[in-house]
Ligand binder design. Structure first.
Ligand code: HEM
Length: 136
């Protein structure tokens, strides 16, 4: 049951990260996210705020029950969780009443960096799915 839940959450998270990354790409050309692209980014980010913590909790329970020595999988899991939380946190802090406009611009810069790092780590994470697991 936990394994099935883990797989469903992992697949959902993969789709979410792909949508977030694709909708973020215009920023690489110096264009701000706007209109439908920003709407899609917002919709996917709302989903990630729920799916990432759920995936992290289910993954931690799974690791506690079946410890594995697969380093690629561990790196993928922790890398995704840490970069994902940083991606969320940078936007969350922006919504608080205390950052100045300048600080908000900096936070969005760090948000982009954390988000693109997450996209890169997601490649390692998915690669880990296809590597052999050795239970310790
Ligand atoms: C793989 C994950 C993600 C990537 C690659 C990513 C990347 C980006 C990029 C590059 C921008 C444009 C920044 C700019 O205009 O310079 C952006 C904007 C934004 N992102 Fe994300 N993001 C991700 C996840 C998220 C999540 C999880 C949230 C919310 C919890 C979020 C909320 C936002 C918001 C609100 C903006 C608009 C900022 C603005 O235009 O003022 N993003 N994102």
């Amino acid at each position: 049951m936990m394994l099935l839940l883990n797989r469903i959450l992992a697949l959902a998270l993969l789709v979410i990260v792909v949508v977030l990354t694709l909708t973020a790409l215009p920023s690489l050309g110096g264009h701000p996210l706007g209109a439908e692209v920003l709407l899609a980014h917002m919709a996917a980010s709302g989903a990630m705020v729920f799916v990432l913590p759920a995936y992290a909790v289910v993954g931690l329970i799974g690791m506690a029950q079946h410890p594995s020595s697969n380093r690629l999988r561990s790196f993928g899991f922790w890398g995704l969780v840490v970069t994902g939380l940083l991606t969320i946190a940078t936007v969350f802090v922006c919504m608080l009443p205390f950052p100045s406009t300048d600080q908000m611009h900096q936070l969005i810069f760090w948000h982009s960096l954390a988000g693109y790092s997450m996209a890169v780590v997601a490649v390692v994470w998915v690669t880990g799915w296809f590597t052999k697991t050795r239970t310790v």
